[in-house]
Design a protein around this ligand. Sequence first.
Ligand SMILES: Cc1cc2nc3c(=O)[nH]c(=O)nc-3n(C[C@H](O)[C@H](O)[C@H](O)COP(=O)(O)O)c2cc1C
Length: 325
Amino acid sequence: MLHPDPSLSGARLPWSDGQKPLMLAPMQGLTNAALREVFAGLGRPDVLFTEFVRVAPGRMPVFAARQWAAGSPAAAPLVVQLIGHDGSSLATAAQAAQQAGARHINLNLGCPHGRMTSASVGGNLLAQPERLVSMLTGLRKVVIGSFSVKLRAGYDDPGQIFSLLPMLEDAGIDFLILHPRTVTQSYAGQADHAITAAVAERTCLPVIANGDIHRAADGWQLLDQTGVAGLMLGRGAIADPLLFERLRRNVSAKPNRQQRAALLRRYLGEVADRYAGLFCGDTQVLGKIREILKLIDDPAFAKIIEKLKKCRNLELFNALLAQLE
Ligand SMILES: Cc1cc2nc3c(=O)[nH]c(=O)nc-3n(C[C@H](O)[C@H](O)[C@H](O)COP(=O)(O)O)c2cc1C
């Protein structure tokens, strides 16, 4: 291990000792700075992630300190996620991010999609695990705060993760986030959290469980029945931004219709306000909001959600939202 002293690693983690952190997943096209701000005020995730930042030789991202501000005094630690195929570019990008104020860096080893995977990045790197050693150790050398990876259980074999664990431990990563599907599986079927439980038992690294946590009961079951260090919520949190608070038992795990309607009015209203300041014109703002609406699966509001998706201007959108009850 590059950092054999576990106390050193603990000091770097983006959560405090004894906490079981509830993290908002990185989601390209969704978890931009404005949406993270809305979440920081609503469900209050313990840890936030940027959408992935693409890194390639000759294509260095420009990091601005304002990107890290989640805008709220209660803002949670922010992890900057990088995706790329070239170890030296990734290390340079991690240093640039740190110079702009980033404290926590994560490497995407899970993205299953098109153009990025054809360039052997994200989940596709799991098909060439020998390339990961120098990439991970190179990043570990330059990352001062926590360095983590977010990965699938394997490229096409869900058991691959077990052969990767010694390498991940030796590379000195601080924690791993596991989405227990394979890369080739994409989003088909169910996340197999029996794999998550077995990984948490097998490794000394903190394991954060991710995948198909849609209700508080899903998360409680994972926390109670596996040795995971915390949870990461993606689509379930976009559909229900109070899922974090439900898991903490601060609000009802089974809200009634009136509570759900009030939440949707507040959530979508805040998103519309912030997106109006971030994106350009009603068409773009509503296009971005549509990505959120696609993931809201409450049958009680299916009709009005469909109408909201079809809105062509923000005035109409806000008028319809006010009718949601
Ligand atoms: C629209 C969308 C965009 C995503 N973008 C990213 C990303 O930028 N980085 C990443 O590591 N995972 C990304 N993911 C994967 C999620 O972080 C998460 O691992 C996946 O959705 C499974 O968790 P869930 O079932 O809680 O949604 C994305 C998923 C979706 C649906």
